[in-house]
Design a protein around this ligand. Structure first.
Ligand SMILES: Cc1cc2nc3c(=O)[nH]c(=O)nc-3n(C[C@H](O)[C@H](O)[C@H](O)COP(=O)(O)OP(=O)(O)OC[C@H]3O[C@@H](n4cnc5c(N)ncnc54)[C@H](O)[C@@H]3O)c2cc1C
Length: 486
């Protein structure tokens, strides 16, 4: 284990930071005292560390692998780099549509990987610099909660007046489905050194459709298998139907409402059997059936923290039930998103510093499905709004991107759907189409600030941008449509 205190050279060991006397004869481990000890240096953990340090708290951040966690090294960033490479491939392939003569010769996966790793590497370096400059005590090693307020890292005891559990998540599989060889999870998919000729993606949620999109753009034959009735089933039904139409058009095959039964692999590929008796064959199978919590064997339950199916339930203020022990990020049941983790981390640091921050409410967290096309949403779907308020209290409006100049220029279909409480604020913003993820910034302001359509209609949206579609949708919902046919 290397203990790095800010200001030291990376990797140096700083034993002088120990405040407890070392008593080797009696094997009493070293102990440090902090205002906050954070177990896990992913999005949730490092955000808590940075904000805590900013607020003048003494902070120890324990990480067994790489600072930045899943999002930076195996999640958000590398996959978005892949999607950008995929977009470049699509642009080359479709260049003639725009009068440009270019040919797509192929995908050089090692070169894509080099580009992707360059992006991750620069961000990683920046993050390491931030943690160092904020005077966070960074402790490398596997940590365990050995007492409610003590994290032990390879024999060293770190005592926190407050402890933040931020150990994140891992890619899950199904019972009897072993990952290995030609059966990949998202980590294995990122490590592939070539574009497979064909892939079956098990799971049509955000991670599954994201990889399906990349591989299709790179030229693979892709089939998604999803047990739920539709792809990206957590999204508004109209949005997910439009998304399915776009995938069909792109030649991405999918089977929904079907359950996986088994998979066998040989030297040439994988055969997947479905409960319906159907068989599918491809070069690889990617398992994208969700992410499980990392909590086993970490001493949580022994320290009195309740654990449910591996997750750590908390109250709205992210308290675990054990005084001074909080949990943040993917181990807290709910949305598994990096920016939710950041928000949790900031919240807990501010709570500990006594700032009485606003809690993080999952439904108000913006969500983006990154793919071609993209889905963006925040707030309630139409079905959720109807369930909550009753059908007579909900109105909706769909603005078709066909009327939006920039979307026409990009050649994308799609729409923005607004869900409104009748005579009240906009309570859901949903969008599907190329680059629609970029619109969710305004969407979340609208929903979180409980804006009325009339409020947004009064704001000016630049022409020609895709963002203009957001303005147009609100103009129409406020009863004064401009470029809208209905
Ligand atoms: C393929 C993929 C794509 C994704 N894309 C997006 C996206 O585009 N946008 C988005 O918002 N989210 C995305 N996510 C989800 C996002 O990565 C997670 O929501 C986020 O990383 C959760 O942060 P966290 O801090 O809770 O956990 P993690 O990032 O998993 O971090 C937990 C950290 O704790 C460390 N740790 C665990 N146990 C111990 C221990 N005992 N001792 C010391 N350290 C320990 C781990 O090494 C890890 O670094 C994606 C995920 C995947 C897999």
């Amino acid at each position: 284990m290397a203990l790095q205190r800010s200001g030291d050279e990376p990797g140096t060991t700083d034993d002088s930071s120990s405040q407890a006397p070392r008593d080797e004869e009696h094997h009493v481990a070293e102990q440090d005292e902090f205002d906050m000890v954070i177990l896990g240096g992913g999005s949730g953990g490092y955000a808590a560390a940075l904000r805590g340090a900013e607020l003048g708290l003494s902070v120890a951040l324990v990480e067994k692998d790489k600072l930045g966690g899943t999002c930076l090294h195996r999640g958000c960033i590398p996959t978005k780099a892949l999607l950008h490479a995929a977009e470049v491939a699509d642009s080359a392939r479709e260049s003639e549509t725009y009068g440009v003569k270019a040919t797509l010769e192929g995908i050089d996966v090692p070169a894509v990987t080099k580009y992707r790793e360059g992006v991750v590497g620069r961000l990683y370096k920046g993050l390491q610099g931030l943690v160092k400059s904020r005077k966070v005590t960074y402790v490398e090693g596997m940590g365990r909660l050995v007492e409610p307020h003590v994290v032990e890292v390879e024999g060293r005891r770190l005592r926190g007046t407050n402890v933040v559990l931020a150990t994140g998540s891992y890619p899950r599989t199904l019972p009897g489905l072993e990952v290995g060889g030609r059966i990949l999870n998202s980590d294995g998919a990122l490590a592939l050194d070539h574009v497979p000729a064909s892939v079956i993606v098990l799971g049509g949620g955000v991670i599954g459709v994201e990889f399906a999109s990349v591989w299709r753009s790179f030229g693979a034959e892709v089939t998604i298998v999803e047990a739920l009735p539709r792809l990206v089933a957590a999204e508004d039904e109209a949005i997910s139907k439009a998304f399915e139409r776009a995938y069909r058009k792109r030649g991405i095959a999918f089977k929904t409402g079907v359950r996986f039964s088994g998979a066998t692999q040989d030297d040439d590929g994988v055969t997947v059997t479905l409960e319906s008796g159907d068989e599918l064959r491809a070069e690889y199978l990617m398992v994208a059936v969700g992410r499980g919590p990392v909590s086993e064997g970490l001493g949580y339950e022994e320290a009195g923290v309740s654990v449910e199916r591996g997750f750590v339930p908390t109250d709205i203020r992210l308290r675990t039930g054990v005084e001074g022990v909080f949990a943040v990020g993917d181990i807290v049941p709910g949305l598994q998103l990096a920016h939710r983790g950041f928000a949790h981390g900031i919240f807990v640091a501010e709570e500990i510093a006594g700032l009485d921050p606003q809690p993080v409410i999952d439904v108000m967290v913006p969500r983006v499905t990154y793919s071609e096309p993209e889905i963006a949403s925040v707030g309630l779907t139409e079905a959720q709004a109807v369930e909550k308020l009753g059908a007579d209290k909900v109105s909706t409006y769909e603005y078709n991107l066909g009327g939006n100049g920039k979307s026409q220029i990009l050649g994308t279909a799609g729409f923005i759907k607004l869900v409104r409480e009748v005579d009240g604020p906009v309570i859901g913003v949903h969008a599907v189409g190329t680059r629609m993820g970029e619109q969710i910034g305004e969407g979340q302001l609208i929903v979180n600030w409980e804006a009325y359509p009339e409020d947004v209609a009064a704001l000016i949206h630049a022409h020609p941008t895709q963002n203009e579609a957001m303005g147009e949708a609100h103009l129409a919902l406020a009863g004064k449509p401009l470029h809208a046919h209905s």
